[in-house]
Design a protein around this ligand. Structure first.
Ligand code: OGA
Ligand code: MN
Length: 291
C-alpha cells in the first residue's frame, strides 16, 4: 500500500489520508507509517472511530508500550491508555484537566521517556482545545554553529511538576505518590534521533529546571533563550481537533502543549497510548551533580 501523505505545515506534521486504523496494521504498512513519522515527526489520521483495544493494537504494531506510568489516570479496561480529561467524576474535575498546558516532551522527567505518543480525540469543546507542536530538529538546526557546539554535550535536570500551576489544588496524595515515583533526572540537552541520526533540542519550559554544572544564573540565561527559540512560530503546527482524530508524535523530535484555548465547562476527553523503548538520561545524584 502506498500512503497518501499530505504535509500539515511548513515546520512539522503530515496527514495520512488512506488508512483505517480499526484494521490490523501489516508489516509493510507499519514500515511506511514509520517512514512518514521519521520524515514529519507528527502524523494525523482523521475519522478513526476505533475502540481502546484497536488503539492499543495500532500502538503495538509500531513499538513496545506499557501501562501508563502516571498510574492514577489509567483507562479502567486498557491500562496502557492514559485518560486526559476535564470531565467531572461526581463534583470533582479530573486531575488531568490541566495536563500538558506548557511546552514539554512526554515523560522527559523519567529515564524511560516516551518515544511516541498516540492521542485520540473522543470529545472536544465547540471551539478550541487545540494542541501545538514544535519541531526540535529545526530548532537545533537554526542555532548558530557556535551556539550548537556550546550546548552539545551539556546536560540538564528535568522534573515532573517543575512549573505546574496550582499544584496545591491537585490531590496531594497523588502529587506525593508521583513525586516519589519520579525523582529528578538528568537528560542531554541535545539528543541524536536513533533512526534519522538528526540532532534535536531536548529541553522544555515545563520540565527543564537547571543546566548541570552551571550556577542558577548562568543556566537561566541559556535556558530562557532556548525556551523562547525552540517554539518559534515557524517551527510549529497547531491542531484543531475533531472527534476521532488521532495524532501521533515523536517526543525525540518535537515538543507539544495543550493550548487551553477553550471553555472548560465543555467536555474534552482524549485517550493516549505511549510507545516506549529508547532510554535516555540518568537519575540526579544531588551531591555529584550539584552546580
Ligand atoms: C499529551 C498532551 C496535550 C493536549 O497527551 O501528552 O500533552 O492537548 N496532550 O491534550
Ligand atoms: Mn504531553
Amino acid at each position: 500500500m502506498t500512503l497518501d501523505v499530505v504535509p500539515l505545515s511548513y515546520g512539522v506534521g503530515a496527514e495520512i489520508r488512506n488508512i483505517d486504523l480499526s484494521m490490523p496494521l501489516d508489516k509493510d504498512t507499519a514500515a511506511e507509517v514509520k517512514k512518514a513519522w521519521n520524515d514529519y515527526h507528527v502524523l494525523l489520521f482523521r475519522d478513526q472511530d476505533i475502540t481502546p483495544e484497536q488503539h492499543l493494537a495500532f500502538t503495538k504494531a509500531l513499538g513496545p508500550t506499557e501501562p501508563y506510568p502516571l498510574f492514577h489516570y489509567r483507562h479502567p479496561d486498557v491500562p496502557e491508555i492514559f485518560l486526559l480529561s476535564n470531565m467531572k467524576t461526581g463534583e470533582k474535575r479530573s486531575e488531568t484537566a490541566d495536563a500538558g498546558r506548557a511546552w514539554h516532551a512526554d515523560l522527559s522527567y523519567t529515564t524511560n521517556p516516551a518515544v511516541g505518543s498516540i492521542l485520540r480525540c473522543i470529545k472536544t469543546p465547540d471551539v478550541g482545545g487545540n494542541t501545538m507542536f514544535a519541531n526540535q530538529h529545526m530548532a537545533f538546526d537554526r542555532l548558530s554553529p557556535t551556539y550548537q557546539k556550546m550546548i552539545e554535550g551539556l546536560e540538564a535536570v528535568h522534573q515532573l511538576f517543575a512549573k505546574t500551576k496550582n499544584l496545591d489544588k491537585l490531590n496531594q496524595k497523588e502529587v506525593a505518590d508521583l513525586k516519589a515515583a519520579y525523582p529528578p533526572v538528568i537528560q542531554p540537552m541535545v539528543r541524536v534521533h536513533p533512526e534519522s541520526g538528526k540532532k534535536a533540542l531536548y529541553v522544555s519550559w515545563a520540565n527543564t529546571t537547571q543546566i548541570v554544572g552551571m550556577t542558577p544564573e548562568e543556566s537561566k540565561g541559556i535556558l530562557e533563550y532556548l525556551f523562547e527559540h525552540q517554539t518559534t512560530v515557524e517551527f510549529t503546527y497547531r491542531h484543531a481537533w475533531r472527534p476521532n482524530d488521532i495524532l501521533m508524535w515523536d517526543n525525540r523530535s518535537v515538543l507539544h502543549m495543550a493550548v487551553s484555548d477553550n471553555d472548560h465547562v465543555q467536555d474534552r476527553l482524549m485517550h493516549r497510548t505511549t510507545i516506549i523503548g529508547d532510554s535516555s538520561g540518568r537519575l540526579l545524584h544531588p551531591k555529584q551533580d550539584a552546580a
